[in-house]
Design a protein around this ligand. Structure first.
Ligand code: SER
Length: 591
């Protein structure tokens, strides 16, 4: 069966059972400030899981492109991917456990004809707050599964979400395929990751919302959120044992094999696989119509890390590092019929890959020589200092994860805390430098985003002044052009309120106030009235930025030195972001 046949078969199956097909959303979530990428089909649906009515009804189905980098270290094995397509179906307050399991079972056993004895499932075993899921066990048994096909696990395995700090979540039942390998021991089961069991489908019963204070509040409605790994199921139904032997990877793998003199073997196959997998992921991220570019923050950083990691692996294949574009073309060709944006953004994809090659591909050899020197000088048991890891980052553009991998290959580690300390010191120096440059009248990107960052603090303060102190920041995103700020509030702001907010921010700018940065313990920060979420995220010391009379926040910086640097503030848009969350976009006058 081809990938496209599988996609269509899945969607049709659910459409025939009352579901409406929704489009695959952008890889960069619009409605969910809690995640950097769309990691599952449910992200774009969060408002509807929380109770808003979906225009297409209560039963939905789609094929969603997803990016997850949590498994990046597993990539190169038979089944783990950073980019994948998820086949998903949802019930928004409609059917629940019985029907959801029945639908999945029918699709797998009747439609795809997977033998029932190759299926294993996991069920939530319960904890001090939520009971063991006997209902799900009963349903699986009623389908003919034997006791030794049903495994019980706790929250670490049978609970899904939220991916970010807050959002819908609940217990789940996961469906695994038994690859037919020998059990790895008497406790072998789906949770042991030995390769015998491969997770293919996850049926989540989303009935709680995790709140900012860590509590689980029952949702207004009981939802079902399921997701099946397209690449994995394609592998299984075509009788293969790894995703790279499917039509999705064969063309790019052949292309790569044809380019390099290195022979594909048991020893080298992981490198080949990682390159193919990462090329596909970066092509999809760059091909997204939202056009993000490699950078040192957020999604841009993940993208940069993927590209630079791939250049590192391409080196092992003794290829010119500038092959990424040619390989990306193979992916574009292969997927463009289904994902038209890849072709539409082809030039952008190739430009960005070339740009990153020019920034990194040219210095990597010198950087690697330097790294080798550093590692060879380490005593037995010694780890690489934060100082040296920072030098590799600052001079040669080595992402810290990249240096950590090099360290691992050399049998050692990196002092990550030391690195973070150096990194922060450097940020602070750049901030002061940026302030100095600003006085000289020069503008660059970092100055622009720094100014917008300060404007964001003023906006947050002004919103609290006008709407009350109950509003809380739910997300913030700053580009060179504008700031975007998401906050908890349950209705549209009135014209009057918006005017007041704008007035307060502009008044602060006119008053030419110095921005004060102080270093203190989180306890002192809390006592001083600084805004921040006081949880384990903070270390022993925090920075508190104060704009007297307007704002006091715990924040890593950087900020403008004085509010006059912002010149003038304009609100551009106020809109709903998700249930109970509003979004404001604003700009400041350029310099
Ligand atoms: N959200 C669930 C998951 O990602 C089901 O799709 O596993």
């Amino acid at each position: 069966m081809t990938a496209e046949e599988l996609r269509r078969m899945y969607v049709e199956f659910f459409k025939e059972r009352g579901h409406k097909e929704i489009a695959s959303a952008s890889l960069l979530p619009d409605n969910d400030p809690t995640v950097l990428f769309t990691t599952a089909g449910m992200h774009p649906l969060v408002p509807y899981l929380l109770g808003e009515l979906h225009p297409l009804g209560k039963r939905l189905v789609n094929v969603q492109r997803c990016v997850r980098t949590c498994d990046i270290d597993e990539v190169g094995d038979d089944t783990h991917l950073t980019f994948f397509e998820m086949l998903g179906n949802w019930s928004l307050g409609d059917y629940f456990k019985e029907e959801s399991i029945s639908l999945s079972f029918e699709f797998l056993i009747t439609k795809l004809q997977i033998p029932i004895n190759r299926i294993a499932v996991t069920v939530f075993q319960g904890d001090e707050f939520i009971q063991r899921d006997d209902e799900v066990e009963r349903i699986w048994k009623s389908k003919g599964l034997a006791d030794n096909q049903i495994f019980f696990y706790g929250k670490e395995d049978n609970w899904w979400g939220p991916v970010g700090r807050t959002g819908p979540c609940g217990s789940d039942t996961e469906i695994f395929y038994d690859m037919g390998k020998e059990a790895c021991g008497k406790d072998c089961g789906p949770a042991c990751h030995c390769g015998k069991y491969v997770e293919i489908w996850n049926n989540v019963f989303l009935q709680y919302n995790k709140e900012i204070d860590g509590s689980y509040v029952p949702l207004l409605q009981k939802n079902v959120d399921t997701g099946m790994g397209m690449e994995r199921i394609l592998t299984i139904i075509n009788g293969k044992d790894n995703v790279y032997d499917t039509e999705l990877f064969i063309p790019i793998m052949n292309k790569l094999k044809g380019m390099t003199e290195v022979t594909y073997s048991e020893e080298t196959k992981k490198v080949f696989r990682i390159v193919c997998e990462h090329i596909r992921a970066m092509t999809f991220i760059l091909g997204d119509s939202k056009r993000i570019t490699p950078s040192n923050t957020e999604q841009g950083y993940i993208l940069r890390r993927l590209i630079r990691r791939t250049i590192g692996f391409v080196r092992k294949l003794r290829l010119d590092y500038n092959v990424l574009g040619e390989l990306a073309m193979e992916i574009i060709q292969q997927y463009k019929a289904v994902y038209i944006e890849l072709e539409e953004n082809q030039e952008f994809i190739l430009d960005q890959l070339d740009r990153e090659y020019r920034l990194f591909g040219r210095t990597i050899d010198t950087g690697l020589k330097k790294a080798e020197q550093y590692f060879s000088k380490l005593e037995e048991g010694e780890i690489l200092s934060g100082d040296l890891a920072f030098k590799l980052y600052d001079t040669f553009g080595f992402p810290i994860e990249f240096t950590s991998e090099l360290a691992f290959e050399c049998g050692t580690k990196v002092d990550l805390e030391g690195f973070i300390e150096k990194y922060k010191e450097h940020q602070e120096r750049s901030r002061q430098g940026a302030g100095g440059k600003f006085k000289g009248g020069l503008a660059d990107n970092s100055i622009q985003t720094t100014r917008l960052h300060t404007a964001t603090h003023l906006l947050n303060g002004a919103l609290r002044e006008v709407l009350g102190n109950d509003i809380n920041q739910r997300g913030s995103n700053i580009t060179e052009e504008r700031l975007r700020f998401d906050f908890s509030f349950d209705r549209k702001l009135t014209e009057d309120e918006l005017d007041k907010v704008s007035e307060i921010v502009n008044e602060a700018i006119k008053n030419e106030i110095d921005v004060i940065c102080e270093d203190m313990t989180p306890e002192m920060a809390k006592k001083s009235g600084a805004i921040g979420i006081f949880d384990s995220k903070y270390g022993e010391r925090v920075k508190v930025y104060t704009i007297p009379g307007y704002s006091k926040e715990i924040c890593g910086g950087p900020h403008a030195s004085n509010t006059r640097e912002l010149r003038a503030f304009t609100l551009q848009k106020e809109e709903a972001c998700s249930a109970g969350v509003r979004r404001i976009k604003a700009t400041i006058q350029s310099i």
